[in-house]
Design a binder for this molecule. Structure first.
Ligand code: 13P
Ligand code: SF4
Length: 357
């Protein structure tokens, strides 16, 4: 296998940089009131909700009921690009709002909370990243979607969890050496799958990093017939125990298609809403996040995703606040990396359809 040289230092977050998860507590009556008002304003403003699977079930239900979209980060980008709406309300984290703006500069993009960030984005500061890339000019720069617009502007390719292996395989087949940032676990997984020559940034997702391999082994022994579904942002020892490793969409599809009654799931538990909808008769169990004596911080729920709420959603629609802005020069440079991925995945789908015909 090709060399796997890491960055010279780690970019993991300190505990103080991680917000506490605050879940919105609302009564049924308030929920009804909020959703009625939001529905009315969405119509008046020709706006749609584009939400990630990790957001609160109330937001996902509202998006589905109002012609919006709930998906993984790749399809969120595609949907925003294809929708006729003048305003996109992106319920997710900052990089998702920025990607929507980069692909749709003429649209208004709002987010319920502009502080909803991501440990991978925070752990890949533009200045350090540019220096790292400049030090390795013979490498193709591939960044995960979970990065700032400025970091994407320095990249050749943006990839998502659902597309990373295919893109890197393609680049490796052309003999390219790769800089990968920022998720070290996803980078290691992609390298193992492709054998590519990769320089890997040392960032991590604070949610997936907490899944524990030893405790997962114990859980698997308790549920010997269960299948294990793992997002590739998880540590290698957790990934190694998976029956399926894949994006959030792949995990939802697996609960429908795999022949098992019980599933142990190593990703944010916000996804359980769609998994239960997809397979109501199946049992879904959270993979363990706390080892003996240890306590988890995120406990399988992203604290930044949890910042999206119905109350804040109504507030931004009423006030027009929390608009995502990205400088024109950054848009121009970042768009190339994102569009390259969208073109690559469209070509792949077209080839698959042609082969099936
Ligand atoms: P997906 O692209 O698989 O939805 O992942 C996004 C993410 O942030 C996972 O933590
Ligand atoms: Fe980022 Fe992890 Fe939250 Fe996904 S779950 S947005 S990778 S911190």
């Amino acid at each position: 296998m090709a060399a796997n040289i890491q960055t010279t230092r780690s970019y993991l977050l300190d505990k103080e940089q991680i917000p506490l998860t605050v879940e919105e507590q609302i009564s049924d009556a308030e929920r009804q009131q909020l959703t009625d008002k939001i529905k009315q304003l969405l119509k008046q403003q020709n706006a749609v909700i584009v939400a990630h699977y990790y957001t609160d079930a109330d937001i996902q239900i509202l998006a589905d009921e109002t012609g919006g979209y709930v998906s993984d980060s790749l399809d969120m980008a595609r949907f925003g690009n294809e929708s006729d709406a003048e305003t996109l309300i992106v319920c997710g984290v900052k990089f998702m709002g920025e990607t929507a703006k980069i692909l749709n500069p003429e649209k208004r993009v709002l987010m319920p909370d502009l502080d909803a960030n991501c440990s991978l984005d925070i752990g890949c500061p533009e200045k350090d990243f540019v220096e790292f890339c400049d030090a390795h000019p013979d490498h193709e720069v591939v960044v995960y979607a979970n990065t700032s617009a400025a970091v994407k502007a320095r990249a050749d390719w943006m990839v998502t969890s659902g597309s990373a292996v295919d893109v890197v395989k393609h680049l490796a087949s052309e003999g390219k050496k790769i800089i990968w940032a920022p998720d070290q676990y996803l980078g290691q997984y992609v390298q193992a799958q492709t054998g590519a020559d990769m320089l890997i940034w040392q960032g991590a997702c604070i949610v997936h990093e907490e899944f524990k391999a030893k405790e997962l082994e114990i859980m698997r022994a308790q549920y010997p017939d269960a299948k294990v579904l793992v997002h590739p942002e998880s540590p290698a020892a957790v990934v190694a125990q998976a029956d399926l490793v894949g994006s959030t969409t792949a995990i939802i599809n697996a609960v429908k298609t795999l022949d098992a009654k019980t599933f142990i799931v190593a990703t944010d538990k916000g996804i359980f809403h769609k998994m239960k909808q997809a397979a109501p008769d199946k049992e879904i169990i959270e993979a363990p996040t706390a080892g003996k004596g240890a306590t988890c911080i995120s406990c399988a729920h992203c604290p930044w995703m949890a910042m999206n709420s119905l109350r804040k959603l109504l507030q931004v629609l009423e006030s027009g606040s929390n608009e995502i802005t990205v400088e024109d020069s950054t848009i121009k440079r970042a768009r190339g990396a994102i569009q390259r991925l969208l073109d690559f995945t469209s070509e792949q789908s077209a080839t698959m359809l042609a082969n099936d015909a």
